[in-house]
Design a protein around this ligand. Structure first.
Ligand code: DQA
Length: 137
């Protein structure tokens, strides 16, 4: 089984970025733990702050991988282009968020891409990614 994790803008700063909201663990160390725990699965990780690069990655894996766990960061709330890319590919996408977006500012309550995703997981810290991954098993 092949699963792609995609992180969008500012998520390269996890561990240093607003730790009160996003926690103090960087994604790289979490990803290593995840790979060790789910060693039977081929897990790939991609992060970009650039909308078009995220779309390119969706196109690249979106016809061959079994699942995509994606935290599009702020693009979740704004990007028609990423929403269209999710609709265009065959691989199911789970939308995940570290924070509970519904407990935050109103502009975070709307997701452009949710309707094209298989499901949404929000508010469980980095565990949101693991829950997304588990949904494909
Ligand atoms: C986020 C929530 C978004 O609103 C925000 O723009 C992010 C991170 C989360 O994981 O909680 O960058 O997706």
């Amino acid at each position: 089984m092949k699963i792609q994790i995609i992180n969008g803008p500012n998520l390269n700063l996890l561990g240093r970025r607003e730790p009160g909201i996003y926690g103090s663990e960087g994604f790289e160390s979490f990803f290593e733990e995840l790979k060790a725990k789910y060693h039977g699965i081929t897990l790939h990780y991609f992060q970009s702050n650039v909308e078009g690069e995220i779309i390119n990655q969706l196109h690249q894996v979106g016809f061959t991988f079994d699942g995509i766990v994606m935290n599009a960061g702020a693009y979740t709330h704004t990007s028609v282009a990423i929403a269209d890319a999710i609709a265009a590919i065959k691989t199911p996408v789970i939308e995940v968020h570290i924070s509970n977006v519904y407990a935050r500012e109103e502009y975070r309550h709307h997701s452009m891409m949710a309707k094209n995703c298989k499901g949404i997981i929000t508010g469980f810290g980095l565990q949101s990614y693991e829950l997304g991954l588990k949904s494909f098993l």
